[in-house]
Structures are given as C-alpha cells and as structure tokens.
Ligand binder design. Structure first.
Ligand code: COA
Length: 147
C-alpha cells in the first residue's frame, strides 16, 4: 500500500472555510446519507467551534479536500461523524490516519469510549469499522428527535 505521505497528501484541522469542498465530498460519497438539518454551513461551523481539535481534513497536493473525519465529545463519550475518503484516494491509509488523530486527542483528554452511527445498508462502511476493531451494538436501538 502506498502511503498518503508520499503522495503529497496533508492532514490538518478542519476550518469552516473547508465546508464547501467537504460538503461536495460528502454529497458524492455513497453511504453518507446526508441529513439536511445539521449539515448546513452553520451546523458544521458549530461542530467545529465546539470541537476544534478533533475535526480533520486531508488535502491533495493542490490543497483540495479529499477526506474528512469529524470527532466530537460531550465530556462522556466521543463520536465520529463524516468519515469519508474520496474514492480515488482510498486504500492509502488516509481513513485510518484521520481517525487515529482523533483517537489521540480523545485519549489525551480522558475520553475512553467512542461511537459512530453507520446506516444499516452501508455494508462497506461496516466492514471498515469491524476491521478497525469496532463492535456492533445489536442490544441498542437508536432514537432521535428534532428540536
Ligand atoms: C471507509 C473509508 C473511510 C475507508 O477509508 P480508506 O482511507 O480507504 O481506509 P484505509 O486505507 O485507512 O484502510 C484501512 C483498512 O481498512 C480496510 N478497508 C477500507 N475500506 C474497506 C471496506 N470497504 N471493506 C473492508 N475493508 C476495508 C483496508 O483494506 C485497510 O486494511 P489494511 O490495513 O489491512 O490494508 C472509505 O472507504 C470511505 O470513505 N467509504 C465511504 C464512506 C463510508 O462508508 N464511511 C464510513 C462509514 S460512516
């Protein structure tokens, strides 16, 4: 596997100015099931404001966003959102490197458990998480509610 380092890819914190390119990536990535309500510019800017150290992008040699992984925590658990790598950049370890960056920050602040919601028909995504050592929770049913 060629590593992303040698391909001129950089990983850095995501900033609100990345929104347009990140959103375009999420829109063209099957399996993301983008909800409109909290994926607006304002919604993502709020996430970045509250979690500036755990939201990352990877950029190509021209500086364009080719991958994202957003980490958030509420002081009890950490959550991952929008882990996506553009199709032509997959298999270089970029996804793993992004989430490892988030793990490092969570561990440093004492967050010891993390979760992610994966849509039921995203089998590839589920395989990725299993390969990363994550477990499913068939004993839990997820509820949500709009305010
Ligand atoms: C899942 C995803 C983020 C992986 O990104 P990536 O940069 O290609 O992943 P990596 O190169 O770090 O791969 C890490 C390992 O997982 C494996 N892997 C990656 N995608 C996989 C898949 N779909 N099925 C099985 N294994 C997979 C790789 O083979 C690699 O294993 P290795 O270390 O033994 O070679 C990327 O495929 C993607 O964006 N998918 C669409 C969006 C999505 O489903 N996101 C996750 C669910 S929310």
């Amino acid at each position: 596997m060629t590593t992303w380092h040698s391909e001129g890819v950089r990983i850095r914190r995501m900033v609100p100015e990345d929104y347009e390119e990140a959103y375009a990536l999420w829109e063209r990535t099957p399996g993301m099931h983008l909800q409109q309500l909290n994926n607006t510019y304002g919604g993502i800017a709020l996430l970045l404001r509250e979690n500036p150290d755990t939201c990352f992008v990877a950029t190509d040699p021209d500086g364009h966003v080719i991958a994202t992984a957003l980490g958030a925590n509420d002081g009890r658990k950490g959550y991952l959102y929008h882990v996506a790598v553009d199709e032509q950049w997959r298999g270089h370890g970029i996804g793993t490197s992004l989430i490892n960056r988030i793990y490092d920050v969570f561990k440093a602040i004492g967050i010891v458990k993390i979760g992610i919601l994966v849509v039921a028909d995203n089998y590839e995504g589920q395989e990725f998480w299993k390969k990363q050592g994550w477990n499913t929770r068939p004993d839990v049913i997820y509820f949500d509610h709009e305010l």
